[in-house]
Design a protein around this ligand. Structure first.
Ligand code: SF4
Ligand code: SF4
Length: 70
């Protein structure tokens, strides 16, 4: 999976960094004060960051195929 942050939409409110259980291990604010992913190693895909982004700037993309059990 990956997390895309739309830099055009991001207002730099910091909600994603605050709500993320791993905070600054995953996120940073870039030179424009906007949220940026630095490392997804600790991310467990809880989606809290996306749900707390009022600007709808975070997209969590699960691009691995998972076969459903029948
Ligand atoms: S999905 Fe969860 S662990 Fe991953 S960056 Fe978002 S809030 Fe943090
Ligand atoms: S919650 Fe959304 S708008 Fe706020 S800093 Fe994070 S990505 Fe940007």
């Amino acid at each position: 999976m990956r997390i895309d942050v739309d830099q055009e939409k991001c207002t730099g409110c910091g909600n994603c960094l605050e709500i993320c259980p791993k905070g600054y291990k995953i996120w940073k604010k870039n030179s424009e004060g906007k949220a940026e992913i630095i490392d997804l190693f600790f991310c467990h895909g809880c989606t809290l960051c996306a749900s707390k982004c009022s600007a709808d700037a975070i997209k969590i993309v699960r691009d691995t195929y998972e076969k459903k059990e029948k």
